[in-house]
Every structure is written in structure tokens, then in C-alpha cells.
Design a protein around this ligand. Structure first.
Ligand SMILES: NC(=O)c1ccc[n+]([C@@H]2O[C@H](COP(=O)([O-])OP(=O)(O)OC[C@H]3O[C@@H](n4cnc5c(N)ncnc54)[C@H](OP(=O)(O)O)[C@@H]3O)[C@@H](O)[C@H]2O)c1
Length: 356
């Protein structure tokens, strides 16, 4: 099925488990050749487990890192099994206390129609509150929005009137991070790839300015737009853009390290940022964050963001590809820069028949 085309509305649940298994480690790009399509029987849950049907998958750049592992001899080899993913799913059969058939849940499942899980692991399974749309739960209310929220507020510690620069600005995390900074009264500038994405950033995410890293000299554009320097740099990409931002930090400037998409497919890692010593000169701070470590505060973040969405201050910008068969091409979009907003994959709508 072509991308971005809705499947038949009343399509029946698949009678087999369609799965994308990891076949090879991606090179410079991700492609369908890195995966193998397998159809196997629908698994059954044992005591303490649930069977879920995956409805929405979150596509995240770090998924390519999970496709490789080291063999006992130290060789890089393809990881075994199905690619795991942050997902929103519907419980089909529960043998686990606290979960029931029909319930919509958020957790770490896989690129497949059905997953059996005990709900523990990287992202513990939690019910999606009623009234929250599955796509919102998978994206802006998932790790994407949580990284933006806690990265801006807890690590960045924004003050009204400051200047905020974000890389990967037109992506899932970047578009939310910039909007949160704007809500707090900062001037927001985004770095993204291409003229059209710069226009999208100003129009849809309502940033103050945008820099095109494909056609413009990022350093001189930052200098022109921020003659007094940057107070907060929120980095999703790493590499040369991080270096240019480090050189232009204001006194007491902060660098929020959220991700390094430019490194994930790089065979040879670039040398470390040469301008890091500027942190000494400006008494600056560079700090990483891992969104899942804030899990105890996710309800607070989601409640605040829900209010911003209701009041129109925050837009949850999504880029939806439809159909499990298109999962590899959806992941590839993150590395070609095709996505605008959070890249999601829709597999199915919830089934009313499962709700008691
Ligand atoms: N710390 C955490 O807990 C946490 C949680 C979630 C995500 N993250 C990280 O946050 C970052 C953003 O994730 P996301 O899901 O929102 O992805 P995203 O930003 O929506 O998608 C990736 C974007 O990265 C840019 N890009 C790709 N290759 C690039 C390269 N070589 N150089 C420069 N830019 C490149 C492209 O945008 P352009 O077209 O604009 O170049 C692409 O659209 C990722 O690094 C991810 O790992 C961290």
C-alpha cells in the first residue's frame, strides 16, 4: 500500500502475526533490505503476560542502534528478532493482573501485529488514559514529548527573554521543544534541512526564525540571528551544528544533549566538538537527559501539555505513514529528513469488539 493512505476502515484483524525481523545492520542509509518480512502464528500469553495488538508505532532514530549487537568475538552483527519499538497497542488477551482485554496501553512492543509481553523492560507498560488519542500517546505524550518537556524545563532552565536554538527543529522532539521554549517567553530559532522545512517551522511550529543546514552556513547564520549569542542550545543532532552552537554560547549558557542523529548511521564517528572549551569561558553547562528517567513525572508533563494543546499554545505536529508493511520506509524518513514533526506509523484502529 502506498504511504499515507488509509487502510480499509473495517479491515479485520490479521489472522497471522506479520513481523519485521532484523536482517542486516544498516550502512549509510536504512532500507527495506535491512529487514525480513515473516508471517507466524499469533502467540499466546502465559500467566503474568498479555497479548497486545499493536496500533501505532513510534519511529525513533535510535532504533537503528538497536539493530546491531556485538558477537562473542567482538564483531558487529545484526541483532536477532523483531525490532522493538515504543508503541500504543490494544490488549487482546490478559493473563496479568491490572490489565484487561480491550484496554489501550503504551509500552515497548515491536514491529509486528501482535506482541506477548509481561509489560516490564525499557518502558514499562501503562494504560493510556481514556480520552487520549493513541497517536498522541505514541508521540507527544510518549518519550518524544517527554524528552522535549524535561529537556527544556529541567535541564535547560529557561528564563523569559532568553534566546533558544534547537537542532533537528522540524522533527518530533525539536518541534515540541521549541514550542515549549516559546510558551516560556523565549526567542526560538530552529536548525533544519531545506528551505521548505524552514518555512514549515515558521508556519506550523511558529518559531521566530529558521536556519537551513543544507544550503546555509550555520555558524554565520547563528551569528547574524543571535548577535549576543545563545542562552540555550537543545541538541538533537550533534556533529558540526553542536560545534557551531558551542562557539556562540552566552555567559551561563546551557547545552541540552538530547540526541545525536547525525552519528547514528556514521561508520566513523566524527572527532569531538572542538569548541567545547568555550564552556569554560562562558561558565556554561552541557548536560544530557534520558526521558525515561523522568517516568515518575510523566503524568505532570502530560497534564501540562494537554492544557497547552487545549489552549492552542502547543501543536502536536505529526507525520503519519500507514501500514505495517511501510515500517522500514517510515524509519528511513528520519535519516533522509523527509519527516515533518513526529514520525508515526499507524497499523490499525482499536477494535470495539474487544471492549467489554
Ligand atoms: N534523550 C532522550 O530520552 C530521547 C528521547 C527521544 C528522542 N531522543 C533523540 O532526540 C532526537 C530527535 O528524535 P526524533 O524522534 O524527534 O527524530 P526527528 O528529529 O523527528 O527525526 C530525525 C531528523 O534528524 C535530522 N537528521 C537526520 N540525519 C541528520 C544528519 N546527518 N545531520 C543533521 N540532521 C540530521 C533530520 O532533520 P533535518 O531534515 O532537519 O536535517 C530528520 O528529520 C534523536 O537523536 C533521538 O535519538 C532522545
Amino acid at each position: 500500500m502506498p504511504e499515507n493512505q488509509e487502510p480499509p476502515a473495517n479491515s479485520a484483524p490479521p489472522a497471522v502475526n506479520r513481523r519485521w525481523m532484523i536482517a542486516s545492520v544498516p550502512g549509510e542509509l536504512v532500507s527495506q533490505d535491512n529487514f525480513r518480512w515473516v508471517e507466524s502464528p499469533i502467540p499466546s500469553p502465559s500467566s503474568g503476560q498479555v497479548l497486545v495488538r499493536n496500533l501505532w508505532l513510534s519511529l525513533d532514530p535510535t532504533q537503528v542502534l538497536a539493530m546491531a549487537e556485538s558477537s562473542p568475538t567482538g564483531e558487529v552483527v545484526p541483532a536477532s528478532g523483531v525490532l522493538r519499538a515504543q508503541a500504543v497497542a490494544q490488549v487482546v488477551d490478559s493473563r496479568r493482573e491490572g490489565f484487561r482485554a480491550g484496554q489501550i496501553v503504551h509500552g515497548f512492543f515491536g514491529w509486528e501485529d501482535y506482541t506477548v509481553t509481561d509489560g516490564s523492560g525499557f518502558l514499562p507498560m501503562t494504560p493510556v488514559p481514556s480520552g487520549v488519542a493513541p497517536n498522541l500517546a505514541a508521540g507527544t505524550f510518549g518519550l518524544t514529548g517527554m524528552a522535549a518537556y524535561f529537556g527544556v524545563l529541567d535541564v535547560g532552565k529557561p528564563q523569559a527573554g532568553e534566546t533558544f536554538l534547537v537542532s533537528g527543529a522540524a522533527g518530533g522532539v525539536g518541534s515540541i521543544a521549541g514550542q515549549i521554549a516559546k510558551i516560556h517567553g523565549l526567542r526560538v530559532i530552529g536548525v533544519t534541512g531545506g528551505k521548505e522545512k524552514c518555512e514549515w517551522l515558521l508556519r506550523e511550529a511558529r518559531f521566530d526564525a529558521a536556519i537551513d543546514h543544507r544550503s546555509e552556513d550555520v555558524g554565520s547564520r547563528i551569528s547574524a540571528l543571535c548577535p549576543d549569542g545563545i542562552d540555550i542550545f537543545f541538541d538533537n543532532v550533534g556533529g558540526g551544528i553542536l560545534d557551531e552552537a558551542l562557539a556562540r554560547l552566552r555567559p551561563n549558557g546551557r547545552v541540552v544533549l538530547c540526541g545525536g542523529t547525525s552519528r547514528y548511521l556514521a561508520n566513523d564517528l566524527p572527532p569531538g566538538p572542538k569548541n567545547y572549551l568555550n564552556l569554560v569561558m562562558v561558565n556554561g553547562r552541557m548536560e544530557g537527559l534520558l526521558a525515561r528517567d523522568y517516568a515518575g513525572r510523566f503524568p505532570e508533563a502530560r497534564a501540562t501539555m494537554a492544557e497547552w494543546i487545549r489552549s492552542g499554545q502547543l501543536r502536536s505536529l505529526e507525520d503519519v505513514v500507514v501500514g505495517l508493511e511501510n515500517a522500514p520506509s517510515a524509519l528511513a524518513r528520519l535519516f533522509s529528513g523527509a519527516n515533518r514533526g513526529k514520525q508515526l506509523l499507524k497499523i490499525a484502529d482499536p477494535s470495539e469488539a474487544l471492549v467489554a
